[in-house]
Design a binder for this molecule. Structure first.
Ligand SMILES: [Zn+2]
Length: 336
């Protein structure tokens, strides 16, 4: 299997009012490097795209890419032509490697805009090199820029940055330095195209957690009724555990619960509510991890704090209401 290290450059509307809903970002360049299974470079691909939605490059894009409108008009190919060419160049058996999460979404958005067929099997798995780098360095929550990581590794900067094929080349250089055997099990799942029915909803096993991605629901309330999403499988044996702390929410976006497997002990679960690509519906991503007594205490503490806060809020509201009623009565009495 090959690795396709992909990088895109895109342009946008100069003013929000001119933005095309279906295509906020128009791809103006596709760049990619093909690596074999040993991460050795075997080929590269580069194409300028002639814009059709936003015909003029905004200043930001011009400054970042050093491309001009003339470059694209004279040397660009329309996306409907370039994209199938690129996909053919990719071959049959490959996985995308990308710096961050947005390029794959933009590629699919642009393809959807021109009604191009997406040739991939879904769910689409890919490797987010930015995330893999952070994991390897134990920096779980931080995301560094490509140029910053190139500097940290002391990789030679013999190419300009922010042109698609050069950024793809730099990403490939970082990828090559990562401990791939260890990190290939940390693939990412693309959320552009969600499971369409319950048969497509899947649980993925990673080294330290299970992940489940739901289908799309119109509202959070419908989503949270999904039995499959609320299930609490054991991290080790996948059998359903006995729920010891029912799902509770700390905000609009996250839910927590605890379960206990008779054989393997405690597990902790979290549901993150996310907005679907169409901006209409929502979906949930549930993770399950093993749970220590300490983790359990943290979660119980969180739940109790929330309960207390809610109680206090209710008290405050009722005090305020009482005061207001008293004021009104007073006024009425004065008038009377
Ligand atoms: Zn178990």
């Amino acid at each position: 299997m090959n690795y396709i290290v992909l990088d895109l450059e895109w342009n946008q509307a100069a003013y929000k009012i001119d933005e095309e809903d279906q295509l906020p970002f128009e791809i103006i360049e596709i760049g990619a490097v093909k690596l074999d299974e040993n991460a050795e470079k075997i080929d590269e691909y580069s194409a300028l795209i002639r814009p059709q939605v936003y015909p003029f490059l905004v200043r930001k894009t011009r400054e970042i890419t050093h491309l001009s409108d003339e470059d694209l008009d004279n040397n660009g190919v329309y996306f409907e032509e370039a994209c199938p060419q690129f996909l053919e160049w990719c071959g049959k058996d490959y996985i995308f490697c990308i710096w961050g999460t947005s390029d794959l979404i933009q590629l699919q958005r642009n393809m959807a805009y021109y009604h191009l067929k997406m040739p991939w099997k879904y769910p689409l798995k890919y490797l987010d090199v930015q995330k893999l780098y952070a994991l390897e360095k134990g920096e779980n929550k931080t995301r560094k820029t490509l140029e910053h990581v190139i500097d940290l590794y002391g990789i030679e900067k013999d190419l300009p940055f922010h042109r698609a094929v050069d950024d793809a080349e730099y990403t490939a250089r970082v990828f090559r330095l990562l401990d791939r055997e260890h990190f290939e099990s940390y693939f990412s799942i693309d959320y552009y195209r969600l499971p369409r029915n319950r048969f497509e909803e899947k649980t993925y096993a990673f080294n330290t957690y299970l992940k489940f991605v739901s289908r799309e629901y119109p509202m959070k309330e419908d989503l949270m009724k999904s039995r499959k999403l609320r299930e609490l499988p054991c991290f080790y044996c996948r059998r359903l555990t006995k729920r010891t702390v029912n799902w509770f929410s700390d905000s609009q976006k996250s839910y927590f619960a605890l379960g206990e497997c008779r054989e393997h002990g405690l597990i902790r679960a979290r549901i993150r509510i996310k907005t679907a690509e169409d901006n209409k519906g929502v979906f949930g991503v549930r993770t399950v991890k093993p749970c220590t007594e300490e983790d359990k205490a943290v979660i119980l503490n969180k739940r109790d704090n929330l309960k207390n806060k809610r109680k206090e809020r209710r008290k405050r509201v009722s005090v305020k209401e009482k005061a207001e009623t008293e004021k009104k009565t007073e006024k009425r009495q004065k008038k009377g």
